[in-house]
Design a binder for this molecule. Sequence first.
Ligand code: CU
Length: 264
Amino acid sequence: MNLLAQSTCCVNNAGAFGDGGTISDRALGVYTAVFWASVVLGVIVTGLLLYAFVKFRRRSDADDPPQFHGNTRLEIAWTLVPLATFLSLFGLTAANMPFINNIHTGTQYTVTVIGQQFSWTFDYGASSSGARVRSFGTLFLPENTDVALNIVSTDPPCKVSPSVSSGSTLAQEIATEGCGVNHSFFAPALGQQMNAIPGDVNTAPIEARQGTYYGQCTELCGVGHATMTFDVIALPMNQFQSCVFGNPSGSIDPTSKSCTLGGS
Ligand SMILES: [Cu+2]
């Protein structure tokens, strides 16, 4: 318990199911519906089985049950009830997947998430001076705002900062280099998980209520895999702006007041 308390000492919402934002609300809604449908069906099936075991048990060796062939009403019922159940769960999942998987229309911020052995770099674009705006190990987000993630992987000899030609994005340039190993970005309380695959750009939406959230790599990527944790800090919009884009040189000081929740 101490170990757990220590490893999550400074981050709220480290649980597997959190209410960190609208995306996790949707995912949690689907999980909850599937869970309770399974509980209800499990209880009904177990109850019917136990009833049949007891009621129709063999009472003596000479005890022969009545012989009959088929029961149309029963067969229709045990075909239609599971079919309707699974179709509704499928429909519920299919209806929610686009919101959880696709970049939301009107999204204005894009962050390139770069997985390396064994750390995470978050790139917010180029500053006015042309330098990359980056944070390391902490993803800063504006609260209650849709953000798009471009998730990639790289390692030497390839560069974390290849030159970006016009019409291309940093994520595309990194993917073109094709270095690295598989990682996976996972922020459980925000309901978002997406693989970082060498040579590919994977996209995912993210949205968070104000707070600090725990994240980690969930693809075994080498000896330092366990150290590939990160924090997500969702700040009020004005604080996010000055934390991430406030410095013309592009550097982010994670210890500054504007980057700290409860700072100003
Ligand atoms: Cu990893």
